[in-house]
Design a protein. Sequence first.
Length: 332
Amino acid sequence: MSSETWAYTSNALVYSTIIVLSFALLAFAADLAVGTGQKRADAAKPRRSSLGRQATSGSGGNAGGATVTVAAPPLPDVQRWARVGVSLTTLAAALAVGAVITRGISVERPPWGNMYEFTVTAVATMLVIWVAMLPTRPEWRDLGILVVLFNLLLLGVAVLVLYTEAAQLVPALKSYWLWIHVTAAIIASSVFTVGSLASVLYLFSERYERRAAAGSAGDVRDWIGARLPASDQLDKVAYQTISFAFPLWFFAVVAGAVWAEDAWGRYWGWDPKEVWAFVTLVIYAAYLHARATAGWRGRRAAIIAIVGLTAFLFSYFGVNIFFVGLHSYGGT
């Protein structure tokens, strides 16, 4: 196959990923509507059996009126929409990986040399990480609707705004550091995003729990929060993922500085992309520091995580659109 054919195949796989993710989004929306996230949380809690309330002394009685704690009865199968969503997202992840591989074959280099390629690779990475974590972290399934929606929007922007024809790299990018620096940045940004999306869902779940305790729950946000897992579970997901991603992002920033010295003769030049990558690093460092030293949990920590995601998105999209710098070659 020629390079043009491989490039066409990559584009077709990207469009196929968008179509499959659209159906996955509908499935996860249906799953949210029936509230299986909350039902799974309820099913995990033991319930008291009415069989052991009051026992009279006598044959077959439970002397002493002891109370028996039994596991919750099995719930009806209400998770079918979640399973459909997971299956479709798994298929979308495979299609996205295929799009990255075929793009790489067409250009005969690492397929993340511009914003379009970086975005498609980041989507593939995020979807693969999310799917791979499900067997050991079933609570990640409840992030499905936001993970799918976010990646669907990213692919839309990639296709409509960022698309770049398959071509060779500019000289500054022809380095083995492209494998090291950009790969670390892709993985870290993907995991950061999952953690920050968990923080978004946390705000809905925590608000519902707080208002339900006060007897005032009832609006649309409470309707969403009532169908999500417990807030402490979402807070745990956010903390674990951000803790994993932070060292990778730190390494990506350092590797970028080393690559800058090799390409431009200086480690740091206060280029807009460098500045905002550093700002993102500082915000997530503040998140981890606040949790470790000040004991910040829950709402305040979630807000910091969301601010960190906002900074990252601006460093990726905003800097390339609104600023001019040495990283402008990464644009369209």
